[in-house]
Design a protein around this ligand. Structure first.
Ligand SMILES: *Cc1c(COP(=O)(O)O)cnc(C)c1O
Length: 376
């Protein structure tokens, strides 16, 4: 048996070292350094947005976005149940109410046909979250938002370099967010970005990320903010990574195509769609959903793969099942069967940027064996 294959490993062999050294040699290591603005500008241009506001992680980007839109007590926000906890945190803390929709069983993205029925006079915003590498069907959401006068937040944390009908993910709705965690298409170690075309929203987000210090009365605060600043060192990494975004998307697409090519004849496993009518998958992660007929759930599959040296992660645990939220009284009696099934039967296999062709082959061999031994 070879070495353990981790679920993610980033590639840092471009200009990362050079730009980081510049930080150290110049002494610019804080958020005041010049790389932060350069990264914001270049990232915003790449995603076709007017403003970029770099922050310390993708969760912070979501928190600030929800707050900047003035979402609070009495408001409802429609969002997918199948997502990461980061999406819901500030909605709950602000006193607003999250209203959930289930996933599409084929794309695993939020089922946009369920949104309109969830709208009430209290609905203030829709949060779309692109999942795993394929974008949400955005146009119907933008259309609903326009008709009902709702704000749109786009969580594009898994979508660097992806497009929807040729338009950049991260350019939709009022405000978009990204994460640069090491398993994303580009990484800064920890980091995030808020993008918007709205001058006032941009200014509000800049202020929120910097404790709402005021330019003229620094320590007098009219609003509560956070320290969400990104350092010059993180931005240095981000700039080096951004230079290679097209190459990284290409790499991931090649990885996904290879996995699909050698897994497609396997019975009992649902693979990610290679494309929809509006996008080609960029495989943020390569997910597998085991059929109930295999007699194996995700937990069992992950155990078997780990025994053979393959790192995996489970799919998202739906928001309506989260103990912390149930204890607060949310989502009582609600059920979203597709998301529940995805969690129960879904996992993702090694999908990082540094994954080699040989590692892909090894992973597939192990997945095959794990499926076969169910009958043993
Ligand atoms: C990774 C991710 C986040 C959180 O980003 P962090 O930088 O880890 O805080 C938010 N939303 C989605 C969809 C993600 O995949």
């Amino acid at each position: 048996m070879g070495d353990f294959i981790p679920v993610n490993e980033p590639l840092l062999d471009g200009n990362e070292k050079k730009y980081l050294l510049e930080c150290i040699e110049s002494g610019w290591i804080s958020s005041e350094g010049p790389f932060v603005k350069e990264f914001e500008q270049k990232f915003a241009i790449r995603m076709n947005r007017k403003h970029g506001i770099a922050v310390c992680n993708g969760t912070a980007a979501l928190d600030a976005s929800v707050d900047a839109l003035g979402i609070g007590a009495g408001d409802e926000v429609i969002m997918p149940t199948f997502t990461i906890i980061s999406c819901i945190g500030q909605i709950i803390r602000s006193g607003a109410t999250p209203v959930l929709v289930d996933s599409d069983p084929v794309t695993w993205n939020m089922d946009v046909s369920q949104i309109e029925a969830k709208i009430t006079p209290r609905t203030k915003a829709i949060m779309i979250v692109h999942i795993f590498g394929l974008p949400v069907d955005v146009d119907p959401v933008l259309d609903i938002a326009k008709r009902y006068g709702l704000k749109v937040i786009e969580d594009a944390a898994e979508m660097h370099g992806q497009t929807y009908k040729g338009r950049s993910c991260g350019s939709f709705g009022d405000i978009s967010t990204f994460s640069f965690y090491p398993n994303k298409h580009i990484t800064t170690g920890e980091g995030g970005m808020i993008l918007t075309d709205d001058d006032d929203l941009a200014e509000t987000c800049r202020s929120l990320r910097n404790l709402c210090f005021q330019p003229h009365k620094r320590f007098v605060h009219e609003r509560l903010g956070w320290n969400m600043r990104m350092t010059n060192m993180q931005a240095a990494l981000g700039l080096a990574q951004l230079e290679r975004l097209d190459e990284f998307v290409e790499r991931k697409r090649r990885m996904g195509a290879r996995y699909t090519e050698i897994l497609k004849d396997l019975n009992g496993v649902q693979l990610p769609l290679a494309k929809t009518e509006y996008a080609d998958n960029i495989y943020w992660v390569y997910g597998l959903v085991f059929d109930d007929s295999t007699g194996m759930d995700a937990e069992e599959a992950m155990k078997r793969l780990a025994q053979q040296g393959i790192g995996t992660r489970p799919f998202f645990y739906p928001m309506h099942q989260q103990p912390v939220l149930r204890k607060m009284g949310f989502f009582e009696g609600e059920s979203y069967p597709v998301a529940e099934q995805l969690y129960r039967q879904g996992l993702y296999i090694p999908s990082g940027m540094a994954l080699s062709d040989l590692q892909v082959t090894t992973v597939v061999d192990v997945v095959r064996a794990a499926l076969l031994c169910k009958t043993a």
